[in-house]
Design a protein. Sequence first.
Length: 135
Amino acid sequence: MNKNRENQEFLMKILIVSALIILFSSLEAMFFAKDINFFNNFKYANEISSYDQYLNYILFNLFLSTINPIIISIYTFFTIHKRDVNNIYRMFFGFSTFLSLINVVMQFRIKSIFYYLVIILHIILFYFIITKERT
């Protein structure tokens, strides 16, 4: 298999997994933002005063959970053909994906199916980044 085809396959894997992480994180944020029971539980546990603060919290968590896949996708899309995947790429984005995975796990949203899907997708993204060999 030639170098260009391997890079295209790697790029497609990264883009698909990143898009799924963004999709499921967005669906989870919408799910939490629309359910009044989650707001009431959050309000009771955190002593917030308004629904606006709750929405800001949800949007900030959405931003934190999607920024890593967005950056990885954009960087990989624009540089895969010029610079290829080297050890610095693997270490930097592997570490940032690992930190993003820890952030998701530490939220303990065990009642949401999207929580588990995002964790699985982060593990898959981490695996793809770490196991990519130099071509």
